[in-house]
Design a protein around this ligand. Structure first.
Ligand code: NAD
Length: 469
């Protein structure tokens, strides 16, 4: 079993203490992650500050080439990274699992290389010239969750370095190993100190968000943690991009043909076992097609192979950790008491180790029950019957989250009209959760602050300066 080290200033830095990282499919130890102290954090920030001096002065083309080199490095080591993600995160190698995640990291890195923040001339006339510059901020602190450890790291690191910043990243204590290896690989193609990785527990995240020499926090994780970061970052007025929890609603209109939508509905909800920020987490179905949608979803759910992600035949794996599994069990048990009808799953009958929970569909719930109102972040979908579309839109919007949403209909114009009334950052029609590197992504209400991806996301890693001449 391997003992990992921190990556600071291009070197591996061992620590005195470590954390066990467990495979959620077997509960076996995958590796020992280093446990960084606040002194390690200071060293990493200093390395990033030193590297910033040179990195921020490179030309845009030099940094674009560096992003391409990062993409190539990931591609060359894709299978190793995918295996490590599966062993520590649990998602299968196959399907939309860890190989897909690493492939996404390559695509995002390459696309970020093509983005730029050129000087804009706002005015050039007899009154003078005014130019708008976008300048790098300095050291960016990145804090990531456990559901997509490598892809989220790339979403944070690449726009930061593309625009001339340097980075200190702290992965989740549940899945630090693939990020440590990723940053080690990145350091083979970037100058030392541009990207540093310190692993540790939650309090290390708090130390990052209050660190006086860090200029920006890019965070992906729960709403509760995002709110804490906003508070601690206030003292130093850090720039913030916060991608937080979602409780995405899908509205199925009466005109659908259930067999045409059921596959997209299912994977919209159960991608990565529901442990996806913008997964479909509440499904509102018109009464005229309700029974049919429920039956067809349940039929599909019974056919999807769930098991150890290292076995190629599996398309879904375990829940990533015990804390999350306990929450899912609690929500489903409460849903039963609230009158929910279990269509499939609902009992954890599996023998043996690991944090498995069966794919679970719970019908006949309403707003005001915990499984509908709270983010489950697991392989469970509540289904709610509605009579009229205005009522469904009101129920969908009756939630503090506002990450994504979806509308399902054969009438694209009607669907677009419903979509525009949903209070969320992205709405998909006849699918759910699709994201692209050229399209901004972010949450409204308590789901987020700022956006990622595209030039809009890139700009968040810069400060504006205007020069009047
Ligand atoms: P979490 O908030 O518990 O942890 C995320 C990260 O924050 C970890 O690295 C953790 O160590 C760190 N952290 C914990 N306390 C901190 C503090 N006080 N200050 C600074 N950092 C701290 O979230 P999680 O359980 O790892 O991830 C699941 C959540 O993430 C879900 O709510 C999910 O919806 C959300 N998520 C959102 C998106 C998005 O893009 N909107 C994407 C993926 C996950």
């Amino acid at each position: 079993m391997k003992t990992y080290a921190l990556i600071i200033a291009g070197k591996t830095v061992p620590t005195y203490t470590h954390m066990e990282v467990r495979n959620p499919a077997s509960a076996g130890v995958v590796g020992m992650a280093p446990k960084a102290t606040v002194e390690h954090l200071d060293l990493a920030v200093k390395a990033a500050e030193d590297a910033f001096e040179t990195w921020s002065k490179l030309t845009s083309e030099q940094r674009a080439n560096a992003c391409r080199a990062v993409a190539q490095k990931i591609e060359d080591n894709a299978e190793e990274l995918a295996q490590l993600i599966t062993r520590e995160q649990g998602k299968p190698l196959s399907g939309n699992g860890s190989r897909w995640e690493v492939g996404g990291a390559v695509v995002w890195a390459r696309h970020t290389a093509t983005l730029d923040t050129p000087i804009e001339v706002l005015q050039d006339n007899s009154d003078g010239k005014i130019e708008l510059l976008r300048k790098p901020l300095g050291v960016v602190g990145s804090i990531t969750p456990w559901n997509y450890p490598v892809l989220t790291a790339i979403w944070h690191i690449l726009p930061a370095i593309r625009t001339g910043n340097t980075v200190v990243i702290k992965p989740s204590p549940f899945t630090p190993l693939s990020t440590l290896r990723l940053v080690e690989l990145i350091n083979e193609v970037l100058p030392p100190g541009v990207v540093n990785c310190i692993a540790g527990e939650d309090h290390l995240g708090a130390a990052i968000s209050s660190h006086k020499s860090i200029r920006k926090i890019v965070f992906t994780g729960s709403c509760a943690t995002g709110q804490k970061i906003m508070k601690t970052a206030a003292a130093t007025m850090k720039r913030l991009t916060l991608e937080m929890g979602g409780n995405d609603a899908g509205i199925v209109l009466p005109d659908v043909i259930p067999e045409q939508i059921v596959e997209n509905l299912f994977w919209g909800a159960f991608l990565n076992g529901g442990q996806t920020c913008a997964a479909l987490k509440r499904l509102y179905v018109h009464e005229s097609v309700y029974d049919d949608v429920c039956t067809k979803l349940a039929d599909l759910a019974k056919r999807v192979p769930v098991g150890d992600g290292l076995l190629e035949e599996n398309l879904l794996g375990p829940v990533q950790n015990k804390r999350q599994l306990d929450k899912i069990v609690e929500l489903v048990e409460q849903a039963k008491l609230d009158g929910g009808r279990i269509l499939v799953g609902g009992e954890n009958n599996r023998k043996g180790p690991g944090y498995f929970y069966p794919i679970t569909l719970v019908a006949d719930l309403e707003n005001g029950t915990r499984l509908v109102d709270e983010e489950q972040f697991g392989p469970v979908l509540p289904i709610i019957k509605y009579r009229d579309v205005d009522e469904a839109i009101a129920m969908a919007n009756d939630n503090p989250n506002g990450l994504g949403g979806s509308v399902w209909s054969r009438d694209l114009q009607k669907a677009a009209e419903v979509a525009s009334r949903l209070e969320c950052g992205s709405v998909w029609i006849n699918k759910h959760g699709a994201i692209q590197p050229n399209v901004p992504f972010g949450g409204t209400k308590t789901s987020g602050y700022g956006v990622e991806f595209s030039t809009e996301g890139l700009n968040e890693f810069t400060d504006i300066q205007v020069i009047f001449s």
